[in-house]
Ligand binder design. Structure first.
Ligand code: GLC
Ligand code: CA
Length: 557
């Protein structure tokens, strides 16, 4: 397997609006990030993925960009950016920028021009269609509820928006659009950034003729079929030739709907497209007709099946990314672990052990290293996220869900659960701001905060620090092959990793009950315990694991 710096790295995702506010306006900013770089250095991460900081009217918190070469005023200036980048590099931390090019803001100058007239030079930068029998051009639904088409009275045509009405989709079939995007990417690379996380990149190529999609039973809209569209690999290979291949970058594609087979193309080891992709099979396991809006939990057997398949089937062909949460997902501890006071700490450490000992590049989402939990806001007025608010109205007005059940879904699945301010201290607004934050601070900040954990050697923070350090010390954690054990066990997820002279055994109890297992013979003697979340010392033949217990054994072969 080819060695690469990004295979050996651990990435930390910053959602800038909620990370650290430096000037008391309640909004996180670039100077706030710069002021906390030592904290991240201490944690040991190698790369920061920064959610969008470009100029934006913030319909979708920066994922609606009106100028790709300017910094959002609320976040600071280009000078602040340059200083932040150089302070990161000084500490040996690389920067991966979010690249949002499936769509722009409707306030981007390309779209302002495009909507003016049918013969405007920018008209074909976007996807315009006539009405069909007085209605939308097809039955596609937007990912944020409602139709994916918006009627524009100026030219009496519809434009496509797979996300909000303020996020019109770019027309990637137009070579001029591709050139603009590649020029812009080169411009950022020349500034010295180290990579891109590519927003919904699997959706940039739309199916020929934009045909109606299948409406799921009980659903309201048809599927757009834009995921893994006909030309997506062509476009990414062109991007690779025009931009990526000229620099030493790390690239990760956000690929909703990607299968293992498709991932092998996007992230193929020949380096013709991207370094790796984010797969959604795991986080979408409970999703159904009404998308992610459900109160179902994912059974361990499904979690194991999906994780195991991605680990074993990409082996030698493509590189995995490893994540359990991000700014679009609920807090992973609340979702896959147990955030009750009794098991919060131990289950957060167990989940981290399970993920960080796998093959692939691990991503830590801000606050995960502290065991931050869902916000569980009970009132719609506390939510800020356009997706949560729009779906609440759509599903309750259509009579699909009762308001009570939909609110429960928001509490379990809404994106704002992961967007509450970073909990730095147990003082005013968790030390995030001196003013009033743009979204409420999670009420548990007095118990869960960085200051407390930095002073506690047994904290979740220090456990993550150790997991990250182990990855640097033991090549088997990075490059070893994966094999699942006890596949039928319904409480335990256990697996080995093997590389030349070394072997590793990871054991995790995903349940709140004790669980029995037998340690494989080769680890019963001559094995060293690399990490344990409950201080276990005894690794005899039979072990009885406590609730959420995890440990890792290591031996030379
Ligand atoms: C991606 C982003 C999400 C955003 C959407 C539209 O899924 O991660 O936050 O809302 O794309 O840009
Ligand atoms: Ca601020």
């Amino acid at each position: 397997m080819d060695k690469k710096w990004w295979k050996e790295a651990v990435v930390y995702q910053i959602y800038p609006r909620s990370f650290m506010d430096s000037n008391g306006d309640g909004i996180g900013d670039l100077n706030g990030i710069t002021s906390r770089l030592d904290y991240l250095k201490d944690l040991g991460v190698d790369v920061i993925w920064l959610s969008p900081v470009y100029q934006s009217p913030n319909d979708d918190n920066g994922y609606d960009i009106s100028d790709y070469r300017a910094i959002m005023q609320e976040f600071g200036t280009m000078e602040d950016f340059d200083r932040m980048l150089s302070e990161m590099h000084k500490r040996g931390i690389r920067l991966v920028m979010d690249l949002v090019v499936n769509h722009t803001s409707d306030e981007h100058k390309w779209f302002v021009e495009s909507r003016k007239s049918k013969d405007n030079p920018y008209r074909d930068y976007y996807i315009w269609r006539d009405a069909k029998e007085g209605k939308e051009p097809n039955n596609w639904g937007s990912c944020f509820s409602g139709s994916a088409w918006k009627y524009d009275p100026q030219t009496e045509m519809y434009y496509l928006h797979l996300f909000s009405t303020k996020q019109p989709d770019l027309n990637w079939e137009n070579p001029a659009v591709r050139k603009e995007v590649f020029d812009m990417m080169n411009w950022w690379c020349e500034k010295g950034i180290d990579g891109f996380r590519m927003d919904v990149i699997s959706m940039i190529s739309k199916p020929e003729g934009l045909p109606d999609g299948k409406i799921p039973e009980g659903g309201l809209y048809g599927d757009s079929g834009c995921v893994n569209g006909p030309h997506v690999h062509e476009y990414l290979q062109e991007m690779n030739r025009e931009v990526l291949s000229k620099y030493d970058l790390m690239t990760v594609g956000e690929c909703a709907g990607v299968t293992i087979e498709e991932a092998e193309k996007y992230a193929s080891a020949d380096g013709k497209e991207l370094s790796m992709v984010f797969q959604f099979e795991l986080v979408d396991l409970a999703s159904g007709t009404y998308g992610k809006w459900t109160d179902k939990r994912v059974p361990l057997k499904d979690f194991k099946r999906v994780m195991t398949a991605w680990q074993t089937e990409l082996e030698g062909k493509a590189w995995n990314s490893l994540f359990l949460g991000n700014h679009d997902q609920p807090r992973c501890l609340s979702r896959f672990g147990d955030d009750s006071p009794e098991y919060r700490v131990v289950s957060a450490k167990m989940l981290a052990t399970c993920l960080h000992m796998m093959q692939g590049t691990p991503y830590v989402y801000q606050g995960e290293e502290l065991g931050m939990t869902n916000a569980y806001f009970t009132e719609l007025k506390d939510y800020r996220d356009i997706e949560s608010i729009q779906y609440f109205h759509e599903y309750t007005e259509a009579g699909i869900y009762t308001p009570e059940y939909m609110m429960k879904c928001l509490m379990l699945r809404g994106r704002d659960n992961a967007r509450t301010p970073m909990q730095w201290e147990d003082s005013h607004q968790a030390g995030f701001t001196e003013g009033t934050p743009w979204i409420r601070v999670n009420s548990n900040y007095k118990e869960i905060n960085a200051k407390q954990q930095l002073s506690d050697p047994n904290s979740i923070f220090h456990y993550y620090q150790k997991l990250i350090r182990l990855r640097k010390e033991k090549p088997v954690i990075v490059y070893g092959t994966f094999e699942a054990l006890y596949r039928e066990h319904d409480q335990i997820f256990a697996y080995t990793r093997t590389l030349e002279g070394e072997k590793l055994l990871t054991v995790c109890n995903f349940s709140e009950h004790v669980a029995e297992m037998e340690i494989p013979e080769e680890f019963q003697k001559n094995a060293e315990c690399l990490i344990t979340n409950l201080g276990r010392k005894d690794f005899g033949k039979k072990v009885v694991l406590k609730p959420y217990e995890a440990f890792v054994l290591y031996r030379n072969l």
